[in-house]
Design a protein around this ligand. Structure first.
Ligand SMILES: NC(=O)c1ccc[n+]([C@@H]2O[C@H](COP(=O)([O-])OP(=O)(O)OC[C@H]3O[C@@H](n4cnc5c(N)ncnc54)[C@H](O)[C@@H]3O)[C@@H](O)[C@H]2O)c1
Length: 255
């Protein structure tokens, strides 16, 4: 599917990997709906990008918010062709910390945003895509999720984050199989270490010491390299039902 004249919803689109994705979709002639909790950053980005972008405040963990986002995309741009799930949180916490067992609500919160939140948007967006006319290749839509290398090499302190991302990897194939008859593809990206606001807040030396752990290229990933992966997936109709590691060959150590 081409990006030009097509409409993408990007959750977490106000920052980091999502923001880079929004910028690339618009740069390639597409339209973007920025669906994020952060209204200040989201509205500023939409304003900067003009007619090609809209901001919709949303909590991906809330069922009615997903409906509102898809409706807003249809009202603003008439259709929805691409969903990119980037919204995510990752507060580290051990199962048993200094104060005893991790409060269960903290584990549930991460699962709710990263896993349930991704599924929430998928179920509503896919229903809308199913009602659209297919293109010449038979495609009605492309859904792209963001997992993490933590789905495979989760570190100490990441049981909730790793489980949430492994859940995203796990639902990729069954969803691709379910939506195949509608020509809707589902692909997941598992990024390694990318220089987004979280890591940008670290001193340069700390950034560099993380970067050299990457075999090649020995540096942190640039958000636009993630966005480039998104547009490659949209472009290539044979990519489906798979999770792609985008990580410079890093394998995370236990801690
Ligand atoms: N940066 C990395 O190195 C890296 C590596 C692997 C995976 N990831 C994943 O990539 C995704 C994006 O990460 P990032 O580094 O760009 O983070 P980021 O913090 O820069 O951006 C995340 C965005 O998600 C939004 N968000 C958080 N909770 C939300 C909710 N409930 N509803 C709607 N929006 C919500 C935030 O407001 C923010 O704008 C996350 O899923 C993260 O787990 C990032």
């Amino acid at each position: 599917m081409q990006i030009k004249d097509h409409v993408g919803i990007v959750t977490g689109g106000a920052s980091g990997l999502g923001e880079a994705t929004v910028r690339r979709l618009v740069a390639q002639g597409g339209k973007a709906v920025i669906a994020d909790m952060n209204a200040q950053r989201g509205e500023a980005l939409a304003k900067e990008l003009g007619d090609a972008a809209r901001f919709v405040r949303c909590d991906v963990g809330v069922d009615t918010d997903a409906v509102a986002v898809v409706q807003a995309a249809q009202e603003a741009f008439g259709r929805i062709d691409i969903l990119v799930n980037c919204a995510g949180i990752g507060t580290p916490a051990k199962a048993v910390g200094k104060d005893g067992p991790l409060p269960l609500a903290q584990f549930e919160k991460i699962i709710k945003v990263n896993l349930v939140g991704s599924f929430n948007l998928i179920r509503v967006a896919a229903a809308a895509m199913q009602g659209q006319q297919p293109n010449d290749l038979g495609e009605r839509g492309v859904i792209i999720n963001t997992a993490s290398v933590a789905a495979y090499d989760g570190q100490i302190g990441q049981p909730a984050y790793a489980a949430s991302k492994a859940g995203v990897v796990g639902m990729t194939l069954p969803l691709a199989r379910e939506f195949a008859r509608f020509g809707i593809r589902v692909v997941t990206i598992a990024p390694g270490l990318f220089l987004t606001p979280l890591l940008e807040s670290l001193p340069k030396e700390a950034q560099d010491s993380l970067g050299v752990q990457v075999p090649f290229p020995p540096r942190l990933g640039k958000p636009d390299e993630f966005a480039q992966m998104v547009t490659s997936i949209v472009d290539n109709v044979m990519l489906n039902g798979e999770t792609i590691r985008l990580d410079g060959a890093i394998r995370m150590a236990p801690k």
